[in-house]
Every structure is written in C-alpha cells, then in structure tokens.
Design a protein around this ligand. Sequence first.
Ligand SMILES: C[S@@+](CC[C@H](N)C(=O)[O-])C[C@H]1O[C@@H](n2cnc3c(N)ncnc32)[C@H](O)[C@@H]1O
Length: 211
Amino acid sequence: MDEARVAYDGVVEVYAELFADRLETRPFARGMVGAFAELVRESGNLRAADVGCGPGHLTALLCELGLGAFGVDLSPGMIGHARRAHPELRFEVGRMEALPVEDGVLGGVLAHYSMIHTPPEELPAVLAEQARVLEAGGLLLVSFFATEGPDVVRFDHKVTPAYSWPVERLVELMEGAGLVPFARLVHDPASERGFLEGHLMARRPHSLGRP
Ligand SMILES: C[S@@+](CC[C@H](N)C(=O)[O-])C[C@H]1O[C@@H](n2cnc3c(N)ncnc32)[C@H](O)[C@@H]1O
C-alpha cells in the first residue's frame, strides 16, 4: 500500500488537473454519485466520507450535493492539494484499512476508484471497515474497473498496478462484509483501456450479520 502512497504523491498536480472537472465529462459516474447523494440525504444522516479522496474534487461535489462530506487519503501530497483547493472542507491523511471514524456514524461512504490498487486478498478487510463506519441504512458507493471474465485481472495502471473485478465477485465480497448491494451500473467508456467501468451501491442493514 505504501507503493500507492509514493506513486500518488508523485502525480498530485497532474492527477488533480485531469480530474478537476467533478465528473462533468463522465455522465454515468456523475449519475451514480448524484443518486448516492440523494439517497444519503433521504436517510437523514448527511455525514459522509470520501475514502481515497485524492485531490478532493468529489468531496467538494458531495458537499455541493448537500452532504457533510470529508475526505481521507493515504497520500499526504493529495491531502495537501485537497486542503489548498478546498480550505473550507475537512481532509485527513489516513488509510481505508483503519478509517479515523467511530463505529456506525456515517450516512454514506464513497470509494471512487480508491480500491483499484488494493490487492484482492486485502479487499474484504477494507469493505468490512467501510461497513463498520456506516450507520444502519447507510450507503456505500464503490466505483471500480470491471471485467467481463470470471477472474480478477491485474494490470499496469498509469500510476501503480491496479485490478479490475468481475462485478459478481465484488458483490459477493460486499455481502461477505455484511452489506446488501442493491444497484449496479456497468458501462463501456469506449476508451482504449479495454475494460469496463463499474459502480456498485450497497446498504448497511440493521445488523451486519456477517457469516
Ligand atoms: C485512482 S485515485 C482516486 C482518487 C479519487 N477518489 C478520484 O476518484 O479521483 C486512488 C486514490 O486512492 C488513494 N488510496 C489508495 N490506497 C489507499 C488506502 N489504502 N487508503 C487510503 N487511500 C488510498 C490514493 O492515494 C489515491 O489518491
């Protein structure tokens, strides 16, 4: 994971420049983030974490959409950028594996391409951590690279190696963390990258009831 920290620390300005548009050019992702924000607002608990927030552009978008969002990222460079770009918002250096949040207090968790570098064997613990911080009825939105085949595929992402996931495998892991996935969107970004983009939304039930 330190590999990801060093890698993202090295690309802060380029990354921020590339993604500063708050999803204006990505209608599917924007739609899912909009639906997520609406459902969190409906839940009545506006507290939300943008985990792996990078330069903070989506933390700011969630706040524009009415949430009380804060950002967490393991890259001090990204957090420094986020604080400078959005001085009115809260950003913390921290890890998805141990979020600086008490149990059951959040209405929403957004993990927008934040777990793409997480080795598959570590993903169950990260999802369990996201389930831990959500209140009953709270929502998780995970955006990720998806693949149509049956296997997780490791590939050479521009920043540091990443994984693309069969949607069903990720659904199973979410269920294993006690969450209830209930909405999914998979689309072909028509890019040269050769894989799909996936968005999965899940709800924390009243009892986590993990197997
Ligand atoms: C592909 S970027 C996504 C950034 C932002 N969510 C977005 O959509 O533009 C992945 C981000 O996750 C962060 N990250 C990776 N592993 C992490 C971990 N274990 N804990 C916290 N942040 C992590 C990286 O530092 C990086 O900023």
